[in-house]
Design a protein around this ligand. Structure first.
Ligand code: SF4
Ligand code: SF4
Length: 410
């Protein structure tokens, strides 16, 4: 077997060639601090409807990575970068007729891309490490990946809960290979958040309830992607035009500012080997698709099931299904102040999906003004007469009540 440091640099070179910008090694252990933080987070119900996160056997596995593979000795943790948005916070929120999709979802689904690349790396490890067992994980497995990445020195977990590297910033995704081979462990990363609280201050919903603690129930990423019901009414105005995820806490993080100035490390290395053999950037599946750059809300609300499937083919956005995305689009329209959306929202009141009808009713209530209010109330009253879904009915009646109140009718 090759000498350990030489072996590790070979593994790093292979990881680099596959498009991973960082590759570090640690033991399969989670520090007490991370294990306790997970326990407290779940005890406070901050996982919301992601109930699988609170299941005891999955918690146990997160706390004890060694339970994921018999005789595991080393964890190789890798970072796969994606492009930061090419707009800032101000531009995104000023584009009121448009929706904001989180940057990692601008290209193809990273799960597929990451898994393919990790498997390719694992195949190379078989040749390099000789006889060993290994397992590959992307973020769906019960692995406390930020804690392992920190232990491996890949980056520290910032106050917004994502992993940050001083050179790379935080625009990357994590993956792991667990192996029974004994590899030399790297040094843990130090935390460089210091007294900064920019992410906590900017968060539109106050979801970062304490440093390093994100209450998923308030986080727009959770609300727009993982949560599949009626979004609490008091949170809707705070969501602005974010229709799939949210990047605000990353956009304000000074370490992403430094990374952007640092000669575009991520942009240059997004594709793979830092040699002349680097593949054509056009072929990169994570390359942002132009149509996901602040997409027009009106055209999204027109999507039927087939249209949705085609528009978001291979995209992570499929996760919300049409009904989840169009629910979010209705909220963004309601927050837009654009009266031009009223006709489209009136049509959405007839949609087959209760989730879309209910949020369209809320949005119409927000866009009502002196000239159109009575017409909206009439249309919604007619809808209420034939509405069979209790939640939608409540949405419609609440909106009508609020509009009547504005008009002085009690
Ligand atoms: S993703 Fe958005 S809502 Fe969630 S913690 Fe970050 S800034 Fe707050
Ligand atoms: S914005 Fe500041 S506090 Fe938040 S993760 Fe970045 S450095 Fe840490």
């Amino acid at each position: 077997m090759m000498e350990s440091a030489g072996l590790k640099s070979l593994i790093r070179a292979r990881a680099d060639a596959l498009g991973f910008v960082s590759c570090r090694v640690t033991r399969p252990r989670v520090d007490r601090m991370h294990a306790d933080a997970l326990q407290q987070w779940v005890a406070a119900d901050m996982q919301g409807e992601m109930t699988w996160m609170a299941e005891e056997n999955r918690l146990q596995r997160r706390r004890q990575p060694e339970s994921m593979l018999a005789n595991v000795r080393s964890v190789i943790t890798v970072a796969m970068p994606y492009s930061a948005p090419d707009y800032g916070l101000d531009e995104a929120s000023a584009a009121r007729a448009h929706g904001v999709i989180t940057a990692y979802a601008h290209g193809d689904d990273y799960h597929d891309v990451m898994k393919k690349r990790l498997k390719a790396l694992a195949a190379e490890l078989d040749a390099l490490l000789g006889r060993h067992d290994q397992r590959v994980f992307v973020d769906t497995a019960p692995v406390l990946e930020h804690a392992l990445a920190e232990r491996a020195g890949l980056g520290w977990q910032g106050k917004h809960s994502l992993t940050i590297d001083r050179q790379l910033g935080s625009w990357f995704l994590l993956g792991e290979i667990f192996t029974t081979a004994e590899l030399e462990a790297d040094e843990a990363a130090l935390n460089h958040c210091g007294s900064c609280s920019a992410c906590m201050d900017i968060c539109p919903t106050g979801a970062i309830v304490a440093p390093y603690v994100v209450d998923a129930r308030l986080c727009i990423s959770y609300l727009t992607i993982e949560f599949d019901g009626f979004i609490p009414r008091h949170l809707r105005p705070l969501m602005g035009n974010r229709i799939y995820g949210c990047d605000d806490c990353q956009l304000v993080c000074p370490w992403n500012g430094y990374a952007a100035k640092g000669a575009g490390v991520l942009r240059d290395r997004r594709i793979g080997p830092s040699s002349a053999s680097r593949p054509d950037p056009e072929a990169d599946p994570l390359r942002p698709r132009r149509e996901n750059h602040l997409p027009d809300l009106a055209s999204l609300l027109r999507l039927d099931e087939d249209g949705f499937r085609q528009r978001f083919r291979k995209s992570p956005v499929r996760r919300t299904k049409r009904r989840g995305l169009l629910r979010n689009v209705c909220i963004a329209m309601g927050n837009s102040g654009q009266v031009a959306f009223v006709d489209a929202l009136m049509q959405a009141l007839q949609d087959g999906e209760p989730l879309i009808r209910g949020h369209a009713a809320w949005a119409l209530g927000r866009l009502a003004h002196a000239q159109n209010r009575q017409a909206i109330i009439r249309a919604m009253t007619a809808c209420a007469a034939s509405e069979a879904n209790q939640q939608v009915l409540e949405e419609v009646e609440t909106s009508i009540r609020q509009m009547n109140k504005t008009d002085g009718v009690t």
